[in-house]
Write a protein that binds this ligand. Structure first.
Ligand SMILES: [Zn+2]
Length: 92
């Protein structure tokens, strides 16, 4: 029965292709995992800073910085930064 062998061969080939695909995905997933753990590690080291306008705590690297009179202020958004600058303008 040569036809049966042919079908078996095709099935084996498909199975091998699928396994190889799964293996590749696994490697890719693990590589991604390592990358995300690296990012998470730097997040742990990152310092939380307080927004002086809405008093939200934001990771320093994500915050919007404003240097004024030698002091650096950190904001959660441009909106808060603008509000802060606006308030300062009103006071002086
Ligand atoms: Zn804010």
């Amino acid at each position: 029965m040569p036809q049966r062998f042919l079908i078996l061969g095709v099935l084996l080939y498909i199975a091998w292709r699928l396994l190889r695909g799964l293996f590749r995905e696994k490697i890719a997933a693990e590589a991604k995992k390592q990358q995300t753990t690296k990012v998470a590690g730097s997040d742990v080291q990152d310092v939380l800073v307080e927004d002086p306008v809405c008093h939200t705590l934001i990771p320093k690297h994500q915050a919007i910085r404003l240097r004024q009179d030698g002091t650096t202020y950190y904001f959660c958004s441009d909106k808060c930064c603008d509000t802060f600058i606006g308030k300062q303008g009103e006071e002086t």
